[in-house]
Design a protein. Sequence first.
Length: 231
Amino acid sequence: MGESIIRTYDLWKRYEIQGHNDAAIRGVDMDIRRGQIVALFGKSGSGKTTFLNLLAGLDVPSTGRIEIDGQDLAGLGETGRTRLRRDKLGFVFQFFNLLPTLTALENVFLALELTGGADAKPAVEALARVGLQGKEHRYPHELSGGEQQRVAIARALVKGPPIILADEPTGNLDSATGAQILALLVERCRAAGATLIMVSHALNTCDYADRILRMTDGRFVEVSSCRELTQ
Ligand SMILES: Nc1ncnc2c1ncn2[C@@H]1O[C@H](COP(=O)(O)OP(=O)(O)OP(=O)(O)O)[C@@H](O)[C@H]1O
Ligand SMILES: [Mg+2]
């Protein structure tokens, strides 16, 4: 089944709001293997984004432990977590999150520059792999939503990170474009051997996933098929 790339141990995230304690994540023990394509479902407010933010080290757990590629996040410190995010993680968001004053190529190249790369060729190639050859010099506002998400996929994958986190990557696209982008994202991750964890509301995501997890009451429940999600 491959080696573990993400592990969590009795992970909790509690929020205190107006003196009232509430937990978004309630004791999650998770073992995700390298190269797995994982779909996360769960109703709004169930804790999916919180979970991704914890894995990314953007948020700290109240208690429990997270290991990314064998490294304990808490032991890394803020600098170490920033480096881990840069080197090991790629992100795809619902609203694309491209920098509006940079072209498609510059947006992708920026991810390389942050890791010390100076050669633009990998960025050009990454854009070609998502079908954007000839549109490298367009600005985000000159691209369709689907094309902007293609740029975001190229940006996430250009450094060859072992893990891609995607929070509703098709949530802002019409269903036909969303289906194309989903297929592309999964295909690019499989080609790169990257582990993909994606939050979705679209049931067709199940068709692409090796594992389907549903968050209920702050914990994940393994689901064997999409049909169970509609029950
Ligand atoms: N900074 C915060 N302070 C207090 N409560 C928070 C904070 N962030 C999230 N929450 C609460 O934690 C719970 C989980 O939120 P989260 O954003 O993870 O849900 P989600 O599953 O991603 O929902 P959606 O499908 O709507 O994106 C919610 O009840 C939310 O109100
Ligand atoms: Mg969310």
